[in-house]
Write a new protein. Structure first.
Lengths: 264, 668
């Protein structure tokens, strides 16, 4: 055995077994769309990995097991592995969602994984959502524009209606995972479409009385076909959002406001 | 080979790194932030519960001040903290919340009038003041005398990080995503930046900077069972350690959070207990009052985690197919509260456990959570032994947490440290004597050295498997350097880690790609992680006392006489098999709060010989100044205001503590 001579023993700490518990388990076949644009010889192809399911197995656990035991070159992104950070969105059996909180027991034994479409492919299941989100944010000026850039921090903070604070947070819950854009019909046709994520950002700042901007300012950034008028109301964004944000309502609301603005 | 120049290089794009960058940029310096992942995906986002700041807006926070926050934090630290740094922190925390409020964080706000809350298992009606309506609200958290934890529902870290990252974009600060610093460029006395690897292309670039700030977070992934994100591998700390000049402070101080879901280790927030949730055993018995009658479920995390494991050892754990655990009961909080204020908890239980916390108990067991130790710095955030190297947040040890951090003090620290260290970095860069004067030849040497290491891993004849070594390291740390520690276990851990370190020098790769290559990343990281793991295990072995989260079963008492000192670990030479440990004593004679009982946990400790004298001094001064303001008393006991950057000095306004106009004019 090539282990360190000293190994773990029973000290009282939480130590789940690495492979879960006993009992008969399904054999999973996980097919992954593989392609590494960094390598000239690489061509897109499906590759199938077989492994035994374990209790409580998520795709986070399954993919890491594949990488550790079967294929060290497999690329994917996980960070928080708790459904909080938005890193691991991918297309799972045809539907964009977060892989980390997808339990294999909720899927058939044959699982097909593909990277999110639309975004720049880094390799295999890894896509560059971060680069796109930063670009979108720069275009939409997706930060709060302060009325007073240098408030006196010693003073009591400005008051805000508690209900309004909750409403802003509701829209602020977006984790920029990219599922809404990957599922979007308009995004397929318009490469500069800001997506539900972008429109939701604008709706969030518009709702916030601390932001100095007016509807005229928002019209400047989303009042065209790459913005709120590009949306065809197919609403796949709303269906796939892992955080269940009210995207359909927000887009419809923003469109009404921007139409009014356009006629002014 | 490419060399890029900037004024400030920040390693890490979480709350601390972003805030450092924004501060330095605002002062006119060029800033580049490096991040393994898009910054909004940083582990800061996982902080659910909240941020401590003594705003005293809610009725249960009335009477809260910097003084109370200070005492809670020092007691929480088991007197390991630097009390002046704690003072700097507690005075800046309200300003940090207010700054973030101005920048866009949708803090949950106070609603005036009656509301029902759960306190100590009972429904109680409390009445919020009219004048507090619409101000930032606070909730209860462990180890605090007042309700002090400001929050955004249960997505506090997420909302803070969104706002901070947005403001960094608004400030046009470039964030290089998917890159990794793999070595600091230095000459043993001064740091000049870092060698940085592009995780997509594999290209190495040298970033040369006047000031380099490590803000890379904690090292939870040294353990197998941790709440930390997979990127929290302690690499920033390792970079500092590998200079041989910078030291890591108090690495043996590792926090275990009481309520990680079992077995996945995903965190459910302390807010569950703060809002009234209870811990129960296999019999459904609420056991914490048996052990901790004063604070019950809301003693500090180190104490609650130990009591939980103690209770499991008594055979009171519930069992499932993965092992033993306890229950977190939040059913008494009601569906509305759970689905509104604890929605992340609801989602985590739903997706990962198939449990509905409105009806069912949540299986929990303590898991590694926080790294109190880190790159040792002074109060400005700069390493005292490597000029130009700064650190902030969880990666740093400046040192405000000592041997145990209070819940709600971590995101608070990230932002406060970012504010303070950002100013001091700007001061540093303002001075012409700190201009960079490193020959490009030296930079090229560093680039070549790092490229050679990578080439050796890819093309060498090594036979060891990187992920197997990593797994064995994680097993050793979790099994032997955990909540309860014993000399023999720690010695075995040190021995095992040393063997793994030797083996890690002989890693061979199956995947030979020079660009994106997860196996290569695991390989060079595990070589660094093992060194950091050794600073923890060896530091824990050597510290023959119990303090805060460091609990030795064979030395169960806190021993101020011998151990009221901070561990400093350095790695003198690449070929070394162990870190070198040194100690710096904490000066009791200058403490505002001399060592004593924490108010929870063990009452038994060995006094420092200077403690009675200092305690008498403090008591006499308090009596003599009985009529003076709390500010005057504090100033007389332990002055600290001059340590703060001018921009962040001054008192904090509260409903019950209005600021006089002359105070506003004269301060700062």
């Amino acid at each position: 055995m090539n282990d360190a001579t000293v190994t773990a023993k029973a000290v009282p700490v939480a130590m789940p077994t690495r492979n879960g518990a006993n009992g008969p388990h399904r054999k999973l076949a996980i097919s992954v769309l593989r392609y590494n644009p960094q390598e000239r010889a690489s061509v897109p192809r499906m590759q199938t990995y077989r492994l035994e399911e374990a209790d409580g197995m998520t795709l986070f656990i399954a993919l890491n097991e594949i990488r550790e035991k079967q294929d060290a070159s497999l690329q994917f992104d996980f960070v928080c592995r708790a459904g909080i950070c938005g890193s691991c969105a991918m297309v799972i059996n045809g539907r964009p969602t977060l892989a980390c909180r997808t339990l294999t027991k909720n899927l058939p034994a044959e699982i097909t994984l593909a990277p999110l479409p639309f975004f720049e492919l880094i390799g295999d299941l890894s896509v560059n959502t971060g680069k796109w989100m930063r670009g979108m944010s720069e275009r939409l000026e997706g930060w709060l524009h302060m009325k007073d850039a240098d408030p006196d921090l010693r003073r009591i903070e400005e008051k805000m209606d508690p209900e309004l604070a909750d409403k802003i947070y509701e829209l602020d819950r977006c984790i920029e995972c990219g599922c809404c854009v990957a599922a979007c019909g308009t995004a397929r046709m318009r490469k500069d479409f800001v997506g539900a994520v972008g429109l939701n950002r604008v709706a969030r700042f518009r709702l916030d009385p601390r932001d100095a901007r007016t509807d005229a300012d928002y019209y400047d950034v989303i009042g065209d076909d790459d913005g709120v008028f590009g949306c065809m109301s197919l609403l796949a964004c709303h269906d796939v959002c892992p955080k269940e944000l009210p995207l359909a309502t927000q887009i419809a609301f923003m469109r009404r406001k921007m139409v009014t603005m356009g006629f002014k | 080979m490419k060399i890029l120049y900037t004024d400030v290089l920040v390693v890490g794009g979480g709350l601390a790194g972003l805030r450092v960058g924004i501060g330095a940029k605002r002062r006119g310096h060029d800033v580049i932030i490096l991040s393994l992942v898009p910054p909004k995906r940083s582990h800061s986002a996982a902080a659910q519960g909240g941020m401590q700041a003594s705003l005293a807006n809610v009725i249960k926070g009335q009477g809260d001040t910097e003084d109370v926050h200070f005492e809670d934090t020092v007691r929480g630290s088991d007197w390991g903290a630097d009390q002046q740094v704690v003072r700097m922190f507690v005075n800046t925390a309200p300003k940090a919340v207010r700054e973030l409020a101005a920048w866009g964080v949708p803090w949950s706000r106070v609603r005036k009038g009656d509301r029902d809350v759960i306190i100590n298992g009972q429904k109680v009606t409390i009445t919020e003041r009219d004048e507090a309506h619409g101000l930032v609200a606070q909730r209860d958290f462990g180890g605090t005398k007042k309700w002090r934890t400001c929050y955004v529902s249960d997505g506090t870290g997420h909302a803070m990080l969104q706002t901070m990252s947005d403001q960094a974009i608004g400030s046009a600060i470039p964030v290089r995503e998917r890159v990794e610093a793999i070595a600091l460029i230095h000459d043993g006395a001064r740091c000049y930046g870092a060698v940085v690897r592009d995780l997509i292309t594999g290209e190495l670039v040298a970033y040369v900077a006047k000031a380099t700030a490590i803000a890379s977070g904690g090292a939870g992934r040294l353990y197998r069972v941790t709440t930390n994100a997979v990127i929290c591998e302690g690499i920033g700390s390792a970079l500092a350690l590998e200079t041989g000049a910078a030291a890591l402070g108090n690495m043996e101080a590792v926090q275990f959070h009481p309520t990680a879901i079992f077995p996945a280790g995903i965190l459910v927030t302390e807010g569950c207990r703060g809002d009234g949730g209870l811990l129960k055993d296999a019999d459904g018995h609420r056991f914490m009052p048996d052990y901790e009658p004063e604070k019950k479920e809301l003693a500090s995390r180190d104490v609650v985690s130990r009591r939980m494991e103690e209770h499991i050892l008594k055979g009171k754990g519930a069992k499932n197919r993965f092992g033993e655990h306890l229950w977190l009961d939040i059913t008494l909080l009601g569906e509305k509260h759970i689905k509104h204020n604890l929605r992340e908890v609801f989602e985590i239980c739903h997706y990962f456990l198939g449990v509905d916390p409105v009806k069912d108990f949540i299986p929990v067991r303590p898991a590694q959570h926080y790294t109190m130790g880190g790159v040792r710095t002074n109060h400005t955030g700069e390493s005292p032994t490597l000029k130009g190297l700064f650190a902030a947040g969880e990666a740093a040890c400046w040192d405000m947490h000592g041997f145990n951090r209070l819940g709600g003090n971590s995101v608070a620290e990230t932002v406060v440290a970012g504010m303070i260290v950002g100013e001091y970095i700007a001061d540093f860069c303002d001075k012409s004597e700190n201009d960079v004067d490193i020959p490009t030849r030296v930079v090229h040497d560093f680039l070549r050295r790092e490229q050679l290491k990578l080439d050796t891993l890819i093309d060498g004849r090594g036979t060891e498997d990187a992920s197997a070594i990593k797994a064995q390291m994680q097993d050793l740390m979790t099994a032997r350097v955990g909540i309860f520690r014993r000399g023999e276990d720690l010695q075995a851990a040190v021995d095992g880690l040393q063997q793994l370190l030797v083996r890690s020098r002989n890693i061979g790769l199956k995947c030979k790609a020079r660009g994106a290559n997860p196996e290569l990343v695991t390989a060079y990281r595990v070589q660094k992680m093992l060194k950091v793991a050794l600073t923890i295990a060896y530091g824990a072995l050597t510290r023959t006392e119990s303090r805060g989260a460091h609990f030795r079963q064979d030395y169960p008492r806190r021993n101020d006489a011998e151990w009221l000192k901070r561990t400093l670990a350095t790695w003198k030479s690449e070929g070394d098999a162990l870190p070198s440990l040194a100690y710096e004593a904490l000066d009791v004679s200058r403490m505002e709060l001399p060592p004593g009982w924490r108010g929870y946990g063990a009452k038994d400790y060995v006094d420092h010989p200077d403690t009675p004298k200092r305690a008498a001094e403090v008591e006499a001064l308090r009596q003599k100044m009985a009529d003076a303001s709390r500010f005057a008393v504090q100033e007389a006991l332990m002055p600290y205001a001059s340590l703060l950057p001018k921009r962040y000095r001054g008192r904090n306004e509260r409903i019950d503590e209005p600021l006089a106009a002359e105070t506003l004019e004269t301060a700062s």
